[in-house]
Design a protein around this ligand. Structure first.
Ligand code: PBG
Length: 347
């Protein structure tokens, strides 16, 4: 019996007031859900420690790690605690580490000069990571100015106060060279300036850094869910980033961003945030010729954490389901603040 005929028979039976189900063998998907072994056998999507990358924060002048209020369980690290947490993450099997630097407020300036300074906090942190765990994991650096500028924007400003795209590219190249020098394997270009991947690739190549890769934030949306991150990095931003990050209303634009980043030499592309942008992740993953990452951002972490603290949601179940959903939507790997803990659960 075809499905259409079955549906017709069902409708007729229902019309006659009888409770009759006419089902073919194909209409019993529950057969494969009956036991854990069957479910395991047919699971389409995998979730493994190597597919999780831990974002980390290292803060200048900290003697002890400091917990981030809006992200319970996530810390601004001292140089010491950064090393320890990195070893713990790598031992748990994570695929990589993504480092952000938090300078002292008095070290910020309009051009974010500490971003490219060899002894700036981020570059010191990268050196510590490369030294401590460098061969056993992938060390990634956030290549963006916002933590280092006193106005909090991801680039330098023009006289009229707008973000100057092309002047910013020069700063990104300097920052990229310092990060490559400090030992980063991959540079995470998160600033959403046009041409940033091409400029950084050219700068790296010209300096002989052909082995340093670019993890391009291809699609990055102007999201309210970054809120807790701004506390995490002590951001100085007033206003928003809507003139350079993407409008959440737009879908096609991400394909354009993807194509540009691929043409400019991206080694890996990323979609961010993750959970409110799973359609974008699917679009990008269907079209990308390079690996695709997704960033489960601070607000996504905080929402699940807060609900779990109140006993409103099962924490472990919600975390693993969210990560599986992001993988299912097309991410080869996921940046998540739960990387270490979830890796423990998964091994
Ligand atoms: C900008 C940057 C941001 C995040 C990563 N890189 C914040 C922003 O764009 O405002 C957010 C990460 C998160 O929310 O977890 N360099």
């Amino acid at each position: 019996m075809t499905r259409a005929t079955a549906a017709e028979a069902l409708a007729t039976a229902a019309g006659a007031g009888r409770i009759v189900r006419i089902m073919t063998a194909m209409d019993r998907p529950r057969r494969l859900r009956r036991t854990p072994a069957l479910r395991r056998l047919v699971a389409e999507t995998t979730l493994e420690p190597r597919q999780l990358v831990l974002p980390m924060f290292v803060a200048d002048g900290l003697a002890e790690p400091r917990e981030i209020g809006s992200m319970p369980g996530v810390y601004q690290h001292s140089m010491d605690s950064l090393r320890k947490a990195a070893v713990e993450a790598v031992t748990a099997g994570v695929g990589g580490l993504m480092l952000f630097g938090v300078p002292r407020p008095e070290d910020k300036d309009p051009s974010g000069s500490q971003a490219a300074a060899p002894d700036g906090i981020l570059n010191r942190g990268l050196r510590a990571l490369a030294d401590e765990v460098g061969d056993s994991t992938v060390v990634m650096a956030d290549t963006c100015l916002d933590e280092f500028t006193d106005h909090g924007h991801c680039g330098v400003l023009s006289a009229d106060g707008s973000v100057d795209n092309d002047a910013t590219l020069d700063r990104y190249v300097e920052m990229a060279l310092a990060q490559a020098e400090a030992g980063a394997d991959l540079l995470g270009t998160s600033g959403m300036m046009d041409g940033q991947v091409g400029a950084i690739r050219a700068g790296l190549d010209a300096a002989g850094r052909t082995d340093t890769g670019i993890l391009a934030y291809a699609a990055k949306y102007a999201s309210a869910f970054y809120g807790p991150f701004r506390e995490a990095v002590g951001s100085s931003l007033q206003g928003d980033r809507r003139t350079y990050q993407q409008d959440p209303a737009n879908r096609r634009e991400s394909i354009r961003e993807l194509e540009l980043d691929l043409a400019e030499g991206a080694d890996i592309v990323m979609v961010k945030p993750a959970m409110s942008y799973l359609d974008i992740l699917r679009d990008v993953s269907d079209r990308s010729s390079v690996p695709v990452a997704a960033y489960q951002i601070s607000g996504e972490y905080s929402m699940i954490t807060a609900a779990a603290q109140r006993g409103w949601i099962d924490r472990r179940g919600a975390v693993l389901e969210s990560l599986l959903g992001i993988r299912r939507a097309g991410a080869d790997f996921v940046l998540t603040y739960w990387a270490t803990e979830a890796s423990h659960w998964l091994s």
